[in-house]
Ligand binder design. Structure first.
Ligand SMILES: Cc1cc2nc3c(=O)[nH]c(=O)nc-3n(C[C@H](O)[C@H](O)[C@H](O)COP(=O)(O)OP(=O)(O)OC[C@H]3O[C@@H](n4cnc5c(N)ncnc54)[C@H](O)[C@@H]3O)c2cc1C
Length: 459
């Protein structure tokens, strides 16, 4: 049996830990069963955002008439679009491999636990005192899995015939981002949503605006489930229960984006004392340590956030506590409020608590102000000729700290960094109006949001 200081399972975000540990002189085994880099660059954040770039251009042309400009799209070279994205994805694994330190031992295969500190890969047994599990998550399998249905994994790299129409099941961010792309480039989308909201994790004001705006562009069927699906070799014939009415649609492709499940069922975790929660994610403490001392879990496999920047934050924490200051008492991780964005049109960005979650978190409405401000004070927004963009701020009366910020409008994912910086440095909304804002930028609209919140508190 080969013995290492550290074994890292999963070549996604955890590969950064493996690199740092090797550079610090540890003997490290990194085990990856698929493509190095993991979900984000191979079939997640990056390729999905590369698609959004094409969608943005197509949508601007389609909406030109709003600006009294008549324009039309002659042709969208979808083959070339997918070729470009595939080309980018194809280079990820070799790029990641080339960055690995020479003395890091890379195993390409599926890791399985034999016992707490012994792993088997490709028939070989490896042991280490410290093991990092960063095996991520994967799309929840599609219903009707005997049919050639897709999940997001089937899009990157894309190796199928390009459909003319697609039904997408799910109302979360992956579903909406992909629907946004397909519809914008001329592939007819029908979104099938079990409930009656889109992006139900967002603040209720934001998801309501989103639903209204997005439904104008993408056909969305709410309170809808697929009761039967058939495939005739070319097309899907779907029977739907649409708000208790039985209907049928025919589409070229059927994509499921109904959530992600942890990659814990492939690890033979039952051979260890590691504990999983009810949803199959790994339980860990505030030091990111599992029920087995010396075995840690980071990223999607622990299910805390399922965001790339959260996985990076956890990886960095572990680098600090296990590699850079290993002899000191290991610090507990303190998560800041975790921001996120939805790269659709309309674009959304948010951080902190939603209005509907105040009660669940025992925060009294008397202790906060909730202020919704549209962006019309920004002349730049006027040039976009949009009515809906707003920022919703939830601010604590006692110390003027922002506990929630929710935006919907162009460039929200960039705009919110102004708020993130404020929260990070000295969370006091009164500091924002002291900063000079460029006139008439989109960001200037936040000035008015802040002043509205402050005057509401000051009365
Ligand atoms: C379509 C899509 C869009 C997304 N967009 C965003 C976004 O805009 N912003 C954002 O923050 N997040 C986004 N995410 C989520 C983000 O990609 C993940 O949160 C992030 O990649 C998680 O990193 P990880 O290292 O925990 O897991 P992963 O990157 O999934 O890495 C886990 C690795 O472990 C390997 N593995 C699994 N089991 C084993 C085993 N037994 N042995 C060996 N190797 C194993 C896997 O092959 C994989 O390479 C998106 C996800 C998807 C699917």
């Amino acid at each position: 049996m080969k013995s290492f200081d550290i074994i890292v399972i999963g070549g996604g975000r955890a590969s950064a830990f493996a690199q740092e540990a090797t550079k610090a002189g540890k003997s490290v085994a990194l085990i990856e069963r698929d493509r190095l880099g993991g979900t984000c660059p191979n079939n997640g954040c990056v390729p999905s955002k590369l698609l959004i770039g094409y969608a943005d251009v197509a949508k601007r042309i389609k909406e030109a008439s709003r600006h009294h400009i008549s324009a039309s799209i002659d042709h969208i070279d979808l083959e070339q679009i997918f070729k470009n994205v595939n080309h980018w994805v194809d280079r990820v694994d070799p790029r990641y491999e080339s960055r690995l330190p020479e003395n890091l031992c890379l195993y390409r295969g599926e890791a399985k636990f034999i016992e707490n500190k012994i792993i088997q890969v490709n028939g070989e047994k490896l042991s280490a005192e410290q093991i990092i599990i960063g095996t991520g998550a994967r799309p929840r399998p599609a219903d009707f899995s005997h049919l050639p249905t897709w999940t997001s994994n089937d899009l990157f790299p894309f190796k199928h015939e390009i459909p003319k129409s697609i039904a997408i099941v799910g109302g979360g961010f992956i579903s909406c981002e992909l629907a946004n792309f397909f519809q914008a480039v001329g592939i007819n989308v029908t979104l099938l949503v079990r409930g009656n909201t889109l992006l139900s994790n967002e603040d209720k004001t934001i998801s309501a605006i989103f639903k209204e705006q997005f439904s104008e562009f993408v056909t969305a069927k709410f309170d809808t489930t697929i009761t039967d699906a058939k495939h005739d070799g070319k097309k899907f014939h779907l029977s739907l229960d649409e708000d208790s009415k039985q209907t049928e649609i025919t589409v070229d492709a059927l994509l499921y984006a109904t959530g992600r499940i942890p990659n814990t069922d492939n690890l033979d975790i039952e051979n260890t004392d590691i504990i999983l929660n009810k949803r199959g994610f790994i339980e860990r403490d505030a030091k990111l340590e599992t029920a087995v001392k010396g075995v840690y879990a980071i990223g999607d496999v622990a299910g805390t956030y399922q965001l790339q920047h959260a996985a990076r934050f956890e990886t960095n924490h572990l680098v600090e506590s296990l590699i850079k200051a290993p002899n000191e008492t290991k610090p507990e991780i303190t998560f800041p409020m975790m921001p996120h964005a939805v790269f659709t049109d309309p674009e959304i960005a948010a951080v902190g608590i939603t209005e509907q979650d105040l009660d669940r978190n025992d925060i009294s409405r008397d202790d906060v102000v909730i202020v919704e401000t549209n962006w019309k004070s920004s002349a730049r927004l006027l040039s976009w000729r949009l009515e809906y963009p707003i920022t919703k701020l939830i601010v604590k009366k006692s110390d003027y700290s922002i506990i929630g910020c929710h935006m919907i409008g162009p460039e929200s994912s960039t705009m919110i960094h102004q708020i993130l910086m404020l929260i990070h440095l000295d969370n006091d909304i009164r500091k924002l109006p002291n900063m000079i804002h460029i006139h008439p930028s989109l960001s200037e609209s936040l000035l008015e949001s802040a002043m509205n919140a402050i005057s509401e508190i000051d009365g």
